[in-house]
Design a protein around this ligand. Structure first.
Ligand SMILES: *[C@@H]1O[C@H](CO)[C@@H](O)[C@H](O)[C@H]1NC(C)=O
Ligand SMILES: *[C@@H]1O[C@H](CO)[C@@H](O)[C@H](O)[C@H]1NC(C)=O
Length: 253
């Protein structure tokens, strides 16, 4: 009887695979023994409900879903139509997963908000930044500058609110007694980030009086968006940092 029940159970359960990440190694890091998920692999939210993602992208791994530091296999439907590994990546499957269930699939690091370069010499280790640091008033503005990819700040141009709920009450931006507060903590929501970008979108290069005729290539595709947010003239960044990222867009010799 017991044997029969076990047999029935076994045939109902999908074959469980032991933990290993293969086929598509994006958002993983080799820890000396295994490829494991980076914190940025799962830092974002799914676009649709987590419960829907769990149905669309079921995992057969005994470890469950990708989480920072573990090596649970990526749910197959996230990137392939095959039913076993090794499997070829099917771009359409991956595109759909990125758009809808990036967290469930461990693809957060490849979404637009997370897919940009960090500064060359960050003040903290970008690879180990945690979700609580991303929400922390102590860390947010530093991370936005040095490690935008770690917290999904790639489209923020280095300008984030230090606290996460400024937008709950936009009236504080105009409240007389709140100005010191919003200047320090709601820079983005209340438009208080330094921005001296000329209105037309053209950039006046203040930090450099050089007269070069060509510029070093930008090292990130975010420069246009950042320039619109005042990156090129934001003295929060050193001239060297601005030049290292967006020399062409900012016209820095
Ligand atoms: C990461 O994803 C891209 C496209 O989505 C793919 O071309 C590349 O091979 C992947 N890299 C790794 C290491 O799997
Ligand atoms: C690498 O990751 C695996 C899976 O999470 C873990 O069991 C192992 O201890 C890690 N190894 C090192 C050297 O950190």
């Amino acid at each position: 009887m017991f044997a029969l029940v076990s047999l029935l159970l076994a045939s109902f359960l999908a074959p469980e695979v032991s933990a290993v990440i293969g086929d598509d190694l994006n958002c993983t890091v080799y820890n000396g023994t295994f490829f494991v998920w980076t914190p940025a692999a799962v830092q974002c939210e799914n676009t649709i409900a987590d419960s829907s993602c769990a149905i669309l992208y079921p995992t057969t791994d005994t470890l469950g879903l990708p989480a920072a530091g573990n090596n649970a296999g990526r749910p197959l439907a996230c990137y392939t139509t095959a039913t076993a590994t090794p499997a070829a990546v099917v771009p359409d499957m991956k595109t759909a997963a990125l758009a809808n269930c990036a967290k469930t699939c461990g693809f957060c690091c490849q979404t637009d908000a997370y897919n940009c370069a960090n500064v060359a010499f960050p003040r903290l280790n970008c690879a180990t930044i945690t979700k609580s640091q991303c929400d922390s008033v102590t860390w947010r503005t530093i991370i936005a500058t040095d490690c935008p990819s770690a917290c999904g700040f790639c489209n923020q141009g280095g300008c984030v609110d230090a606290v996460t709920n400024c937008a709950n009450d936009l009236s504080i931006c105009q409240t007389v007694g709140m100005q010191d507060f919003v200047n320090s903590y709601c820079q983005r929501t209340c438009g208080r980030c330094p921005s001296t970008t000329a209105a037309s979108g053209t950039v006046t290069s203040t930090g450099s009086s050089g007269t070069c005729t060509s510029y070093t290539a930008d090292t990130t595709t975010q420069c246009t968006a950042w320039a619109a947010n005042g990156f090129c003239t934001n003295t929060f960044y050193t001239a060297a940092q601005r030049k290292a990222r967006c020399a062409t867009t900012c016209k820095l010799c």
